[in-house]
Design a protein around this ligand. Structure first.
Ligand SMILES: [Zn+2]
Length: 454
């Protein structure tokens, strides 16, 4: 008897412990081979993915403390929003259907001057985090003010953030001068550079909203601490006009002239770029964030997405701030990225569904120079993943999971959101934020915003 039992246990080695297993869904790995497991399972231990395989293999290898049944759902890497201004959810729908300058000068700048404060950004970030968790975003890249308060609210919500303290020429709520902003950014970097969820960054606003010295100093600060450098680039035709008049160069070439670009830089928008600019960005390993919805709403233009992809520029997807979108749903951004590219090039094969999913996952991770940690479901990466329901009428029938993610799925279809191995939402039940409290606080604060623009 004893010998037989010993023989049996030798054949079946003890199962390894795992903190969490997500099993039974269609697993879209987004690995290099774009492997899809039908069905599959993901084993997580602590913050890391330890295995991705079939449900049977994972069940045989691991004994999980918590198991999430994802049958009928798609399990995929968490979405990466490469460009937003999280607290601007507080200005959602405040003023629409205006030209960029009128919108900024009559509404957004006055509202910001009178309302932005540490408390404002905390309330706004909690609301943005709620929206992101509920719509499957697990990492976002941000540019705003009081970024240390945004960082604390982000960490409390359990999201991953690449958070850039904004540097801008004119006086703003958290800094009277660019030098003050840079000092703030340095303090912020020192406080958060070893955080497991927060990647502090420097975010000079744009080439037109800063002088050359401040742009160069921003880049130097980012290099000193090896943190990301984030900037708006060539968003509108006007920006290119200003750059050509003042510097006799495109915005990208002007920034290149004093060594701004480097491997951890992210350029948001990149709508009005020349072929030379695209090659320059590729040469400098700059990531680009494509924001189709914001670009359409403000009538900025259509970024040359197919050219970026052909040149091998790392391309991510962003929503931009909710004041110009008006939401943070990355499923909408994927769909609009596909539609806009087709319309702009008059080529229905432009940005197929797989390319849109790539931009929202591994492409965004690469653009942020974080592809060794996030962007795909692979062993040894961080456990950032979502499970998405596929049972709605509009998702029936399903012949192709990737097609459905881009063309019929909405953020509301996300059932479960996991970041760094921690379950932030399971079956639409939030674990880190109290929905009612977050929404009530935002509604209360909105009275102040309305007062500011009256
Ligand atoms: Zn922006």
């Amino acid at each position: 008897m004893l010998a037989a039992a010993a023989g049996l246990s030798a054949l079946q080695p003890a199962r390894r412990p795992a903190t969490l297993v997500v099993t039974g869904g269609i697993v879209i790995t987004q690995n290099a081979r774009r492997e899809v497991l039908k069905p599959g399972a993901v084993a997580i231990d602590g913050a890391d993915i330890v295995d991705v395989d079939t449900p049977e293999v994972i069940a045989a290898r691991y004994s999980a403390r918590e198991t999430i049944d994802a049958r009928g759902q798609i399990v995929m890497p968490g979405l990466i929003n490469t460009h937003t201004h999280a607290p601007m959810v507080m200005y959602r729908g405040l003023a629409d259907d205006l030209a960029l300058m009128e919108w900024l000068q009559k509404y957004i700048f006055p509202a910001e001057a009178k309302t932005v404060s540490p408390e404002f950004v905390r309330t706004g970030t909690r609301l943005a985090a709620l929206e992101m968790i509920e719509s499957g975003t697990t990492t976002f890249a941000d540019m705003y003010y009081f970024e240390e308060d945004i960082a604390r609210a982000t960490r409390d919500a359990g999201l991953r953030g690449v958070l850039g303290e904004t540097i801008i020429q004119f006086p703003v709520a958290d800094a009277k001068t660019p030098a003050e902003g840079l000092a703030r950014a340095e303090t912020f970097i020192k406080a958060f550079r070893n955080d497991s969820l927060i990647v502090p960054a420097v975010a000079p606003h744009s080439m037109y909203a800063l002088d050359r010295d401040s742009l160069a100093a921003s880049a130097a600060l980012a290099r000193k601490y090896d943190v990301p450098l984030i900037i708006h680039l060539a968003e509108t035709e006007d920006e290119v006009k200003i750059s050509r008049e003042q510097h006799n160069a495109t915005p990208a070439a002007y920034l290149e002239s004093f060594g701004f670009w480097g491997p951890r830089t992210l350029a948001a928008h990149g709508v009005w770029v020349t072929d030379e600019d695209i090659h320059l960005l590729k040469r400098r390993q700059v990531g680009v964030s494509h924001n189709p919805e914001s670009n359409m709403k403000l009538a900025s233009g259509a970024a040359p997405v197919m050219k970026y992809l052909a040149a091998g520029v790392p391309l991510g997807l962003g929503t931009d701030g909710a004041a110009s979108n008006n939401g943070l749903d990355m499923f909408g951004a994927m769909r609009q990225a596909a539609f806009l590219a087709k319309l702009a090039t008059r080529d229905p094969t432009a940005v197929p569904a797989q390319a849109a999913v790539d931009m929202a996952t591994i492409g965004g991770a690469t653009a942020l120079a974080m592809d060794s940690a996030i962007g795909s479901l692979e062993r040894a990466k961080r456990a950032d993943l979502i499970a998405v329901s596929m049972s709605a009428a509009r998702q029936t029938p399903m012949y192709d999971a990737v097609s459905h993610l881009v063309y019929v799925t909405r953020g509301d279809d996300v059932r479960t959101t996991i970041v760094n191995g921690r379950v932030l939402m399971k079956d639409r039940q939030l674990r880190t934020l109290d929905r009612g409290t977050v929404i009530a606080a935002a509604n209360k604060l909105s009275a102040k915003v309305l007062e500011a623009v009256r």
